[in-house]
Ligand binder design. Structure first.
Ligand code: NDP
Length: 325
């Protein structure tokens, strides 16, 4: 058995965390030979609810779960942690502008970035799920100047999985037949779900579906899937699928994958995306290192969409510029 690792989850009493922490404790994220110590952070008002989640975790008697730290103190939550999944975020309230949401969450993620900088393991891997996820990741990264930028990421894996699933359903194949789908840009409706390089059983996906379906059905379905789920679930947003995506993102980061997946990471300038912007790219992962898939041909239609989602991210970053170190 390996030495236990510490995994922090913020928003521990929330919907996504409720689907996430049990899977982490069971070994699904880091492997069946990896004991874990969970650090669960909540706001003071949600500590009582968090206590209930912790009781249920104990009741599962997971062999891999060595200990649980439950706290409303961000410094304790991130002390010596090896992995952090930042799920908790303030939802948009009635009448709240996007800029207000960016500011409120900006303050939360500034504090969390500082605490990661000062207290986390120097090798920590950080995944931001709480929305607006890319910009929250940008703020967290800037608030932790002693950590390498490559240690920060945000989640577009759920969008990626949604795109794979839509394509498999349309063409009547198994999920595993679909490869090389890409989500570019922001985890928002400006994201670009791209199947120009995708294959289905080795065949170019574009030769099997109509262009009209790609533009008028596939892309809007993936981009607006979150809203459709909220409507169908009577106001509740997707939680189990978001948790599965978060777990898969972190598992692939740790274990590696030869298959393309989509992750929002600080740009290294690839595809002319400004360096440092937290942007979703096609990636593969080896030995804990995320590599952007290089050399893809970007046609004019795609290029416009890559730039549009880049501009939205730049505007979000500008709106929180006064919070950055
Ligand atoms: P959820 O657990 O449902 O969602 C948490 C965050 O994940 C939200 O920002 C949500 O965005 C986001 N998210 C990202 N991708 C997705 C996706 N694909 N589908 C759905 N959500 C997605 O929210 P709850 O309100 O149930 O729980 C949040 C918890 O966080 C609360 O218990 C609250 O107390 C806590 N919190 C903790 C903080 C902390 O630890 N310091 C700070 C602030 C809150 P969206 O809102 O757009 O759906």
């Amino acid at each position: 058995m390996k030495k236990p690792v510490r995994v922090a989850i913020t928003g521990g009493a929330g919907q996504i965390a409720y689907s996430l922490v049990f899977r982490i404790a069971s070994g699904e994220m880091l492997g069946q030979d990896q004991p874990v110590i969970l650090h669960m952070l909540e706001v003071p008002a949600a500590l009582e609810a968090l206590k209930g989640v912790v009781m249920e975790l104990h009741d599962c008697a997971y062999p891999l779960l060595e200990d649980i730290v439950m706290t409303d103190d961000v410094n304790i939550a991130f002390s010596d942690v090896d992995y952090a999944l930042l799920v908790g975020a303030k939802p948009r309230g009635p009448g709240m502008e996007r800029s207000d949401l960016l500011k409120i969450n900006g303050e939360i993620f500034t504090e969390q970035g500082k605490a990661l900088n000062d207290f986390a393991s120097r090798d920590i891997k950080v995944l931001i799920v709480g929305n607006p996820a890319n910009t929250n990741a940008y703020i967290t990264m800037h608030s932790a100047p002693d950590l390498d930028r490559k240690q920060f990421s945000s989640m577009t894996r759920l969008d990626h999985n949604r795109a794979v699933s839509q394509l498999a359903e349309k063409t009547g194949v198994k999920i595993t037949a679909v490869k090389n789908v890409i989500i570019w840009g922001n985890h928002s409706t400006t994201q670009y779900p791209d199947i120009n390089h995708a294959t289905i059983n080795g065949q170019p996906a574009k030769s099997l579906v109509e262009q009209d379906w790609i533009i008028n059905e596939f892309m809007p379905t993936v981009q607006q899937r979150g809203t459709a789920i909220i409507k169908a679930r009577g106001g509740k947003s997707s939680a189990a699928s978001a948790a599965f995506a978060a777990m898969s993102h972190m598992r692939d980061w740790v274990m590696g994958t030869d298959e393309w997946t989509s992750m929002s990471i600080p740009s290294d300038g690839s595809y002319n995306i400004p360096e440092g912007l937290i942007y979703s790219f096609p990636v593969t992962i080896k030995d804990g290192k995320i590599n952007i898939v290089q050399g893809l041909e970007i046609d004019q239609f795609s290029n416009k969409l890559l730039i549009a989602t880049q501009h939205e991210l730049e505007q979000e970053c500008e709106a929180v510029a006064d919070l950055l170190v």
